[in-house]
Design a protein around this ligand. Structure first.
Ligand SMILES: [Zn+2]
Length: 254
């Protein structure tokens, strides 16, 4: 299974528009971060987790040729705003399954009402098939199983997903013990860390490192990164040897 980091930045992306922060001015390609998403593929299967506002350029740059389904973590715009840009895949493949909590499906129906229109539907509108994700109910994607991991982003429920020995968790601030149990024996854990300072809705770096110590994956990759965390190269030097800052267009094989 291949995991391709399509984006690793927090909600504004890096560089931030209009920012003179040194990280936003950095010429290191690892300091340029689109909004978070991963592309998970194996054999002839191809799924993405989240579909944020950078989806179009992510699909172009990664040369992704098809999307068999989109697994949504939650409804925030940095994770969903690219939904309109699935249309080229619709034209090639037909409707695309989207997997999400019922609350997220309801939110998408409000924000992208034309996608779900059945009467006088515009022929070129995006075309999706909704599949509700319920905690403790693993579901099939291709010939693999996705296990939902229920976490909290301050007051908002968010799903992470485990697929084989890979787990992708983003926008986590708290997680119950019963959910941590689902993360045993991982080869790769992806987890969010925003910055050094604490934040009401996101792990900071220390909280993410403590979580990695608790879960004990073989390797961990950090994502959903703010420019104020610092330069990629400098932060990476301070991390334990099995912990890596993810960066855009990094591809790992699991
Ligand atoms: Zn987010």
């Amino acid at each position: 299974m291949k995991v391709y980091f399509l984006g690793t930045g927090t909600s504004q992306g890096i560089p931030v528009i209009g920012s003179n922060h040194p990280v936003c001015k950095s010429t290191d390609f690892k300091d340029k971060r689109l909004r978070v998403s991963v592309w998970v593929s194996w054999e002839n299967h191809s799924f993405v987790i989240d579909c944020g506002p950078d989806f179009r350029q992510q699909m172009l740059f990664s040369n992704c040729q098809k999307v068999d389904g989109i697994l949504f973590t939650h409804e925030h715009s940095d994770h969903t705003a690219g939904l309109d840009d699935i249309r080229p895949f619709n034209f090639k493949q037909g409707e695309i399954p989207i997997y999400a909590h019922q609350r997220v499906i309801d939110n998408l129906k409000k924000r992208f009402d034309y996608v779900f229109e059945t009467i006088n539907r515009y022929p070129g509108a995006p075309c999706v098939k909704t599949i509700e994700v319920i905690n403790n109910q693993p579901f099939s994607i291709g010939d693999k199983t996705a296990i939902p991991i229920d976490v909290m982003h301050a007051g908002l429920q968010v799903f992470g997903y485990r697929i084989d020995d890979f787990a992708y968790l983003t926008d986590v601030k708290t997680i119950e013990d019963a959910e941590i149990e689902k993360l045993k024996n991982l080869k790769v854990l992806v987890i969010n860390a925003l910055r050094e300072e604490s934040h009401f809705a996101h792990f900071n770096l220390q909280e993410a490192l403590d979580f990695i110590t608790l879960v004990q994956p073989k390797k961990a990759y950090i994502t959903h990164i703010s420019h104020i965390l610092g330069f990629h190269e400098e932060v990476q030097k301070r991390l334990p040897e099995n912990v890596f800052l993810a960066y855009d267009n990094l591809e790992i094989t699991i």
